[in-house]
Design a protein around this ligand. Structure first.
Ligand code: DSN
Length: 416
């Protein structure tokens, strides 16, 4: 993409965009929640659809002139229904947390009990962190991974559910590398009469790409962001059974949001169109193969991978436990050589969130650039070389050159 008008009218912003393009092009992106959208998605986001106000839903808006906007939103909805076999879809949520807020508000009253995966074990802020709306407004009962396996113990989830009788059971994660047993969650919820809510923000693309099991047929409500493995614009959507359609729609608008972002909804339609193609299934399969290869390459170098491996696009590495390097040190060292990762708590972490024992790695972005398993070996080698020489500035400068040479072999969509 070129930006001739920004260049002519606002050099400061133009230069920021160019510097970020360079960072993305020359770096190795391993943040599990990031990806590179296609040029078509970028173009839809940059379109004049941003000029419109359209509070309401297709065919029932509070502003005139929405005949064409209705078509864009309906197209996104129809494609999402097809991708996820959903009965009802709302594509208006602006991002993941507002989507989750809308779900809580639709199904619960303040104070109601919710079972959610503990944040320090791989859950998300909006699944009950005490400083988040979820933890402030609702009574959150956490469930955990089992200490010995670092995998969620469904028998324990059942025990907690039977004891606590929650009004809703939330299944989902932002740092968990194993398959979720959606069917069992539903069976447990049925035993206690709880609503089922899945947050598939991380794995949505792998589900759409038919590589992981889909919770939509089992669950009452499912939310997702659209910009992670699903490779769409920054945003979210909610899918639900028809019987919840009206409460979910009312909760999104007017409950939580005003006007939808119509240019983003058109970009969601474009991304869902891409995800419906067979090539997206190949992409999703490769994301998982790459993650499994990266995990095993790191294990061979003595890094401990939480739960012993991964079934999806991400992994947690117990860096402190296996190499006596903290997550914060690793994040800083790897950033210095152009490798983007994030520090992360590991299950039962003896350290604190701002300097935890672990890091989280993911392969959706590198896979979009065309990386395969052999490239994951190179990535593991480069990471290890940087981490083992973290006090040696000369060595780190040489690793940075190698990272750049490697990254430039793989084009980033949308960057010349
Ligand atoms: N920030 C996202 C992630 O990195 O997983 C979750 O919202």
């Amino acid at each position: 993409m070129n930006y001739p008008n920004i260049q002519a009218e606002d050099l400061a912003v133009y230069e920021i965009i160019k510097r970020e393009e360079q960072r993305q092009k020359e770096g190795i992106e391993l943040i599990a929640s990031e990806n590179y959208v296609s040029r078509a998605v970028l173009e839809a986001m940059g379109s004049v659809l941003t000029n419109k106000y359209s509070e309401g839903y297709p065919g029932k808006r509070y502003y005139g002139g929405n005949e064409i906007i209705d078509q864009a939103e309906s197209l996104a909805v129809e494609r999402a229904k097809q991708l996820f076999e959903a009965e009802h879809v709302n594509v208006q949520p602006l991002s993941g947390s507002p989507a989750n807020l809308a779900v809580y508000m639709a199904l619960l009253n303040p104070g109601d009990k919710v079972l959610g995966f503990s944040l320090d074990q791989g859950g998300h802020l909006s699944h009950g962190h005490p400083l988040n709306f979820s933890g402030k407004l609702y009574t959150i009962i956490p469930y955990f991974a089992k200490k010995e396996t670092e995998i969620i113990d469904m028998d324990e989830v059942e025990e907690i559910a039977l004891r606590e009788k929650p009004k809703m059971i939330l299944a989902g994660f932002s740092a968990y590398s194993r398959n979720m047993d959606w069917k069992r969650f539903k069976e447990i919820a049925d035993k206690v009469g709880a609503f089922t809510f899945a947050d598939i923000a991380h794995a949505a693309g792998l589900i759409a790409g038919k590589q992981l099991e889909n919770p939509v047929p089992y669950f009452d409500v499912v939310s997702t962001t659209t910009h992670k493995t699903l490779r769409g614009p920054r945003g979210a959507m909610i899918m639900c059974k028809e019987k919840f359609a009206s409460v979910i729609d009312k909760s999104v608008f007017p409950g939580v949001q005003g006007g939808p972002h119509d240019h983003i909804n058109a970009a969601k339609a474009v991304a869902y169109g891409e995800a419906l193609k067979p090539s997206f299934q190949e992409y999703s399969k490769q994301v998982i193969k790459n993650a499994q290869k990266l995990a095993s390459a790191l294990q061979e170098k003595g890094y401990r991978i939480i739960s012993g491996g991964t079934d999806n696009h991400l992994m947690l590495v117990d860096l402190f436990g296996s190499k006596q390097i903290t997550g914060k040190e690793a994040e800083k060292c790897l950033e210095q050589v152009g490798i983007s990762i994030n520090k992360n708590m590991i299950p039962f972490d003896p350290r604190k969130p701002l300097d935890p024992s672990g890091i989280r790695l993911g392969t959706p972005a590198l896979t979009t650039r065309g990386c395969k398993e052999a490239d994951m070996q190179t990535v593991a080698d480069l990471m290890d070389e940087a981490l083992m020489n973290r006090a040696d500035e000369t060595k780190l400068a040489s690793v940075k050159d190698k990272v750049k040479a490697f990254a430039l072999k793989f084009p980033v969509p949308g960057i010349e």
